[in-house]
Write a new protein. Structure first.
Length: 246
C-alpha cells in the first residue's frame, strides 16, 4: 500500500465515495458524527465498510487529522494522463497548469482544487522539487486531485518547449520589468499557465520557455500572494476572458 492509495478527512472521502471507485471505507469505532454517518450512507456497493480504532486510522493516514474517516482505494486515487495526449490535436481549446517547484503538499492540493474548479485539462509537475502526490495533497484538494489529471515530467522546460511546438501559448507569472498585468494579456487558445514556487518563482530555464510573463496587479506590491491563491486568481482571469470570447 502506498500513500497515493489513501485519502482522509470528510470532504476528500466524500468525493472518493462519489467517484464510485472500489475501496475500503474505514470509520472510527464508537460514537460517530453526523458527517461520518453521512459517509457511511453514501458508500457504494463496491466499497467495503470497516470499523477501526482511532490508532489504526492514525497509522493509515499518517496523521491525527483524519476526522474519524479514511478511504483506501483498491486502485490509484489520482487521475493520470499521458504527455502524448496533450500533444495530440484537438478541436476544443485546452488549458494546462504547470507548477514549477511547489513543494508544500497543502499548496499543491489547493492548486489542484483550483485547477478542477476552472476546468484545467492537466497539471504538469516536475519529478524533482515538487511535493509528493500523497494523501495530504488529496485532502487539501477536497477530492479534486481525483478529477484533474496530474502528469509528472522529468524536464519541465523541455515539456513546455514541446507544447509550444504544437501550438500552445505559454504564460508564466513573474515580477519583473517585462511582465504585463494579467488582465492586459489575451489568454485565449491553447494555453499553459506556469506558476513558480513562492520563494524563488520560476526557474530560469523554465522562464525562458514562456512566450509572455504576467503579474497580478496589487495596490501594495510589498506583499506577495500564496501560490495557491495566485493560481486561483490567474485561472479565474483565463476563464473570464474565455467566457467573453464565447
Amino acid at each position: 500500500m502506498t500513500e497515493t492509495d489513501l485519502v482522509y478527512g470528510v470532504h476528500a472521502v466524500m468525493s472518493a465515495l462519489r467517484s464510485h471507485r472500489p475501496g475500503v471505507l474505514y470509520v472510527k469505532e464508537g460514537v460517530r458524527s453526523s458527517r461520518v454517518e453521512a459517509l457511511v450512507n453514501e458508500r457504494q456497493a463496491s466499497q467495503i465498510l470497516e470499523v477501526a480504532e482511532s490508532s489504526m486510522l492514525e497509522r493509515l493516514a499518517g496523521t491525527r487529522d483524519h476526522q474519524g474517516v479514511v478511504f483506501q482505494f483498491l486502485e490509484s486515487s489520482f487521475k493520470r494522463t499521458s504527455f502524448d495526449a496533450l500533444l495530440a490535436p484537438r478541436e476544443a481549446r485546452r488549458l494546462i497548469l504547470a507548477l514549477d517547484g511547489v513543494s508544500d503538499p497543502g499548496n499543491l492540493g489547493a492548486c489542484l482544487r483550483s485547477a478542477a474548479t476552472f476546468g484545467v485539462d492537466a497539471v504538469l509537475v516536475p519529478k524533482h522539487g515538487s511535493a509528493p502526490m500523497n494523501a495530504t495533497v488529496h485532502k487539501r484538494s477536497a477530492g479534486a486531485a481525483a478529477k484533474t489529471p496530474v502528469l509528472s515530467v522529468t524536464n519541465l522546460a523541455r515539456s513546455l518547449r514541446q507544447l509550444k511546438e504544437v501550438g500552445y501559448w505559454v504564460i508564466g507569472t513573474a515580477i519583473n520589468e517585462q511582465a504585463k498585468a494579467l488582465d492586459r494579456v489575451s489568454l485565449s487558445g491553447d494555453l499553459v499557465l506556469v506558476m513558480g514556487s513562492e520563494g524563488d518563482g520560476m526557474r530560469v530555464n523554465v522562464q525562458k520557455q514562456c512566450d509572455e510573463t504576467v503579474l497580478i496587479p496589487m495596490p501594495d506590491p510589498s506583499f506577495t500572494l500564496n501560490v495557491s491563491v495566485a493560481t486561483g486568481i490567474c485561472l479565474y482571469e483565463i476563464e473570464r476572458q474565455r467566457r467573453q470570447d464565447g
